[in-house]
Design a protein around this ligand. Structure first.
Ligand code: ZN
Length: 294
């Protein structure tokens, strides 16, 4: 029988599977605290329990505060984005929300610099480790499947939005570029004549000269400089929340012909309280390109 009860560690509601035991939620940190019971003397455990429980509850409280601040900031931005759309194209016939949905994206505003040698070495070392691991057990991996491509009419618009954002999500590629064993396995299966050293040379030969500061080692001014067939599945398959939403619009009866894109100033959504994330630009995106509207 499943019982609902409050977790004795964090106090959150938990499904309690064994009524004979004290209720503990499924979070690993709460499970860990509960699992230590009986392993150390009673008084020491009581103190350990009290400290960990206080720490976890305080962390949860801070997270709630943070989430509340973000929610308010998000609502404010949503209202600004809608007002911006209304002001620019609200009264233009033929540019309704179904044909030109509002899409708000972050923006990569980092400097373009020469890719530092240190970051090249970091990438090379990671690649070497991946290749060694792959050669040790090449058949132990599932190569994964790419998501089906978005509809062709939508793909160009999606790409146009990514261009306006300049790849804020790609920044996280850092010195790994999301390349994994399965990426390399896919590359090797596509061309079985490639030996491990060829793979290494191939990837290193495509490293960007000018890339964004501390960004993906392949992130250049005009986007990714790594040929599509060498990229990780993560790169074509990842869609940020606004793009995910935009893709859904293509399943509607009236499909988008473009988008009204609001570019915000910062590169990520979660930002500390009080940090300005104003509108950096507004664009009307159509199949033939983006037009800046202010
Ligand atoms: Zn808990």
């Amino acid at each position: 029988m499943n019982l609902q009860a409050d977790c004795i560690v964090c106090g959150r509601r938990a499904i309690h599977l064994r009524p004979t035991e004290e209720p503990v939620c499924a979070r690993p940190e709460c499970r860990f605290v509960a699992s230590e019971k009986g392993k150390i003397p009673h008084t020491a455990y009581a103190q350990f329990f009290a400290e960990r429980s206080r720490h976890i509850r305080e962390h949860d409280r801070q997270e709630e505060v943070r989430a509340g601040i973000l929610r308010i900031a998000q609502e404010k931005e949503d209202a600004e984005n809608r007002a911006c759309r209304q002001e620019r194209i609200g009264n233009m016939p033929g540019y309704g929300a179904a044909r030109y949905p509002l899409v708000a994206v972050p923006h990569n505003g980092r400097r373009l610099i020469n890719l530092p040698e240190r970051r090249k070495r970091e990438f090379r070392d990671k690649l070497n480790r991946l290749i060694s691991s792959l050669m040790a057990s090449p058949d132990a991996l599932y190569t994964g499947k790419s998501e089906p491509n978005p509809p062709p009419d939508g793909a160009r618009l999606l790409g146009g939005i990514c261009t306006l954002c300049a790849g804020a999500c790609c920044l996280n590629g850092g010195t790994h570029a999301y390349v994994r064993e399965l990426t390399l396995l896919r590359v090797m299966r596509a061309d079985p004549s490639l030996r491990p050293r060829h793979i290494l040379d191939l990837y290193l030969s495509h490293l960007g000269r000018k890339t964004y500061e501390e960004a993906c080692v392949y992130q250049g001014e005009k986007g990714c400089v790594l040929p599509a067939e060498l990229r990780s599945n993560t790169c074509p398959d990842y869609f940020c929340p606004p793009l995910k939403q935009f893709r859904l619009e293509f399943h509607e009866d009236e499909k988008p012909e473009g988008a009204f894109v609001v570019v915000r100033a910062r590169e990520h959504w979660p930002f500390p309280a009080g940090v300005e994330n104003g509108i950096a630009g507004a664009f009307l995106l159509t199949a033939s390109g983006a037009q800046k509207l202010g």
